[in-house]
Design a protein around this ligand. Sequence first.
Ligand SMILES: CC(=O)N[C@H]1[C@@H](OP(=O)(O)OP(=O)(O)OC[C@H]2O[C@@H](n3ccc(=O)[nH]c3=O)[C@H](O)[C@@H]2O)O[C@H](CO)[C@@H](O)[C@@H]1O[C@H](C)C(=O)N[C@@H](C)C(=O)N[C@H](CCC(=O)O)C(=O)O
Ligand SMILES: Nc1ncnc2c1ncn2[C@@H]1O[C@H](COP(=O)(O)OP(=O)(O)OP(=O)(O)O)[C@@H](O)[C@H]1O
Ligand SMILES: N[C@H](CCC[C@H](N)C(=O)O)C(=O)O
Ligand SMILES: [Mg+2]
Length: 490
Amino acid sequence: MIKLQELLKVLEYKELNQDLDIDIAGITYDSRKVEEGYLFVAITGFKSDGHQFIANAVENGAKAIIVEKDAEASGVAVIKVEDSRKALAQLSAKFYGYPSKELTVVGVTGTNGKTTTTYLIESMLKELGIKTGLIGTIKTKIGDKEEDASRTTPESVDLQRIFAEMLEDGVTHAVMEVSSHALELDRVLGVDFDRQVFTNLSQDHLDFHESFEDYLAAKIKLFKMNDKPSIINVDDVRSEAIIKEARGEVISYSINSEADLKAEEIEVNKKGVSYTLKTNQEKLAIKLNLTGRFNVYNSLAAIGTVYSLGFSLAEIKKGLEKIEGVPGRFQIINEGQDFGVIVDYAHTPDGMENVLNTASEFTKGRKIVVFGCGGDRDRTKRPIMGRIGVTLGDFAIVTSDNPRSEEPMAIIEDIKAGIEEEGKVEGEEYIIIEDRATAIKEAIKLAKSEDIVIIVGKGHETYQILKDKTIDFDDREIAREAIKQLRIKS
Ligand SMILES: CC(=O)N[C@H]1[C@@H](OP(=O)(O)OP(=O)(O)OC[C@H]2O[C@@H](n3ccc(=O)[nH]c3=O)[C@H](O)[C@@H]2O)O[C@H](CO)[C@@H](O)[C@@H]1O[C@H](C)C(=O)N[C@@H](C)C(=O)N[C@H](CCC(=O)O)C(=O)O
Ligand SMILES: Nc1ncnc2c1ncn2[C@@H]1O[C@H](COP(=O)(O)OP(=O)(O)OP(=O)(O)O)[C@@H](O)[C@H]1O
Ligand SMILES: N[C@H](CCC[C@H](N)C(=O)O)C(=O)O
Ligand SMILES: [Mg+2]
């Protein structure tokens, strides 16, 4: 419990009524989650307006309301601020006692590789005997406790609550993914980062950010937040803009250019990669159980981060080499079949290109790729992904991803536009099967010895979001079942 007037010290505000001597039991931005004695923060959203739910919040027990528009509510304190999302972040950090100040917080941003890099950092820190917390796309881990994640980066109040629970649980280091949505919508405002990491920047989310420049500007925000060291991929052309804005020391990593950490003599095989890590002082052989050149980048980002936290490369190597894989990231499905099956989370043009190129490095037969694109997301990436699917794959099955509120066939049409530009013929070089489970089964039926079936887009997801419902759905389970069925039939 904290007094409202004490909480409000962190804000500039105007009270619309005077009684601020109230105990606040909790904070939320969702009227449906309000409990007795809560502070409800009304946010003007993209879909609806939180101010419309004030009465609902009061009914559920709210004692105070933060608004950014004039609003009335009888019997409760009403406080007006300039920006509700910002206020939510500031109030939450104060409510939970600024837990991120006491934790060592690592934030990882970039279009691709965030989840993988955070898993690698977590693995290394754990191996060093450190009690860690993890926040990201797949799950939230608070010490030994796990929660499903619904966002890559939680809303500010949820994030601060998670940090507070981590501290209570004896966690000292929190590793988190920071999405561009989070940076744009102030979810990480007030978080005291100790390290910030840049993986790469390529096309995604142009539905949400107005232009690629805006997308970059959102990412840059993380590096302007404090003067702690930043770990940056200098092979990415956008690194220059980030380095310009970074306020603290820059630790660079690369494969192609000079950098503090450089990977040389890279060898890629089906199960992993090996390379020589070169720093100003030492050389070290690294063997990673994750494959693809892109994972060399992710591992360099992770090494740079843990190294900069004061650990030696020899200490770091053990935890890095121990990790067996990240769920749904180039995950090999092996049911004893004589062809390869990979489930991967690539859902951007760059991710898809990387995964298909990686598969080429060790596949003798055909690459059969199954993919779709998410609904209510960047439409401009659809034709590009279509083009990549049919040019880097030998045979493509275009299907649904998470259609959300959109018509599945309309999304597929957007993908098809890119395929047709390549002059590919339906029925010969690609087919369309709207139902994803059927598409996966068909790909597996088509596979011959030495081929590889690459199912991208949904990775670790255990659901499919349709217009009117979310159903249980797991690419990996469907693939396994389909392989078993082949055996029964033959
Ligand atoms: C585009 C976006 O990020 N939107 C987020 C935003 O939603 P919004 O502003 O549209 O909210 P809204 O639905 O209009 O509602 C407005 C307000 O009314 C409240 N409300 C609503 C109904 C009600 O009965 N009572 C009530 O109080 C809502 O809780 C909200 O505070 O604020 C909401 C509350 O925090 C988020 O849940 C929501 O995430 C949506 C669902 C989402 O899909 N976000 C995705 C795109 C996202 O954030 N993705 C990134 C990863 C991207 C990456 O790959 O890098 C992520 O970090 O997960
Ligand atoms: N460094 C990288 N560069 C390019 N592509 C990558 C990289 N790392 C991973 N990928 C590809 O992107 C997919 C997603 O990887 P990962 O989950 O680590 O990224 P993410 O940034 O967390 O994604 P999201 O934004 O959805 O949370 C992988 O399955 C792989 O296909
Ligand atoms: N973090 C990404 C995940 C996309 C995963 C893909 N399966 C989809 O639904 O588009 C997003 O929210 O855009
Ligand atoms: Mg992620």
